[in-house]
Ligand binder design. Structure first.
Ligand code: PHE
Length: 337
């Protein structure tokens, strides 16, 4: 029995000492309930009364030695693991950092901000209106009754018979005039919708910026000077504007307004398709019916209004040839502006 104990001790110590020893398995093998040492202790019944305490003590000593070796080995393994981990996770603080990807202002937002800056500089306030709008504000208040042919060119998306996605920012004119007494001087940028198929120049969702001025003695000369000042601020000092007669139900007289081509100065080039002029907005004197619909006396007050397409300005300014690029949100495109 002494030899068995000695050989258990020797074998256990040797296995514990091994590199990467599986201590849990060894503990079960030697010290567990069905382990080798336990087996020896169980066999002690066959020993003589004198031998028993001596062997018992020896067995306890062997157990203590094995346990101690295991504890020491466990500590050593733990330290080694920590060292390896520290080595693997070593951080070189002198390495160059990773630059976080920073977002970019969208070209439509850039243009909208330019437009707002220009008109705020002329004393305009910004007014907002809902994109989900009543038929009344989008059409009727603007002198476009049901069945008026002007509705055909602004077909939009209907929520109910009376509620639609606004097809223009002009309803904000009516909303402002209803609640504000002249003098009124506002711009209103925002999204508008039309039931148009998507192609390189059309989108069912786009952006407009509306302008409205109402006061005593406002004339077409004020409109012209305002738009000329705007065009020069937006496209350069030398920019001229041109009015072409047009029809809008909510302005009278009405005009489509062109700017002299800022690429060729008016000589004719690819951008202006050889015309020398580029159409940028619609405008006119607020129709007396519209003033009346909003509770403003057209005998006392007059006003002008204009509306421009933000996409169109952005595409001209940045030479973008397809409107869809503005909505795809491809960062390779967006980061160029
Ligand atoms: N709302 C018109 C359009 O979308 C533009 C416009 C605005 C014309 C204001 C005149 C006055 O076509």
């Amino acid at each position: 029995m002494r030899e068995t104990l000695a050989s258990i001790k020797a074998q256990a110590l040797e296995q514990i000492a091994q590199e990467g020893a599986d201590l849990d398995a060894l503990r079960i093998k030697y010290l567990g309930k069905k382990g080798e040492l336990t087996a020896v202790l169980r066999g002690m019944g066959s020993l003589s009364a004198e031998e028993r305490p001596a062997i018992g003590q020896l067995a306890n000593e062997v157990r203590a030695v094995i346990e101690e070796a295991m504890t020491a080995k466990a500590a050593e393994q733990k330290e080694k693991a920590l060292e390896a981990q520290l080595k693997a996770e070593k951080l070189d603080v002198t390495m160059p950092g990773m630059a976080p990807a920073v977002g970019h202002v969208h070209p439509l937002t850039l243009v909208q901000r330019d437009l707002e800056d220009i008109f705020i500089g002329m004393g305009y306030a910004i007014a907002e209106g809902p994109e989900v709008e009543y038929d009344y504000y989008n059409f009727q208040a603007l002198n476009i009754p049901e069945n008026h042919p002007a509705r055909d060119t602004q077909d939009t998306f209907y929520i109910t018979d009376k509620i639609l996605l606004r097809s223009q920012t002009s309803p904000v004119q009516a909303r402002v005039m209803e609640v504000q007494k002249p003098p009124i001087r506002i711009i209103s940028p925002g999204r508008v919708y039309r039931s148009d198929a998507m192609d390189s120049t059309h989108s069912p969702l786009f952006h407009q910026l509306e302008g409205l001025v109402v006061d005593k003695g406002i004339t077409m000369a004020d409109l012209r000077a305002t738009l000329s000042t705007f065009a020069q601020a937006m496209f350069g000092e030398q920019t001229k504007i041109r009015f072409r007669p047009h029809h809008f139900p909510f302005t009278e007289p009405s005009a489509e307004v062109d700017v002299s081509c800022f690429a060729c100065g008016g000589k004719g080039c690819r951008l202006c398709k050889g015309e020398g002029w580029i159409e940028i907005l619609g405008a006119g004197m607020v129709h007396p019916n519209v003033l009346r619909n909003c509770g403003i006396d057209p005998e006392v007050y007059s006003g002008f209004a204009f509306g421009l397409g933000v996409e169109r300005i952005a595409m001209l300014k940045y030479h973008i040839d397809d409107i869809r690029l503005l909505y795809e949100n491809d960062v390779r495109f967006l980061s160029q502006f």
